[in-house]
Design a protein around this ligand. Structure first.
Ligand SMILES: [Zn+2]
Length: 89
């Protein structure tokens, strides 16, 4: 339990107290920062997950051109390996 200073009488009161136990000064509604933090974290997680899913969908959509690129590269590397011994000898 955290003690804070009353805005009215400067006496130490509980952070969760809605009114000051010393002078009865009404405090602001219960701390909403924790709830706002949870909402922000949830929002960030939702954005991150949606971005991840979107990138996975984009990767899946662009899958076929990538496979064609690999087929184009493969014969070239084979030719380079065949040329190398001929140039040395
Ligand atoms: Zn007070």
């Amino acid at each position: 339990m955290t003690l804070i200073q009353c805005e009215e009488c400067s006496q130490p009161i509980s952070e969760r107290a809605r009114t000051c136990a010393q002078c009865g000064y009404p405090r602001l509604p219960p701390p909403w920062t924790h709830r706002a933090f949870k909402v922000l974290v949830g929002l960030a997680a939702a954005i991150f997950i949606s971005m991840f899913v979107l990138s996975m969908i984009l990767a899946w959509v662009s899958r076929k051109p990538f496979e064609l690129d690999l087929r184009d590269i493969e014969p070239r590397t084979t030719l380079q390996l065949q040329d190398a011994p001929g140039r040395l000898g």
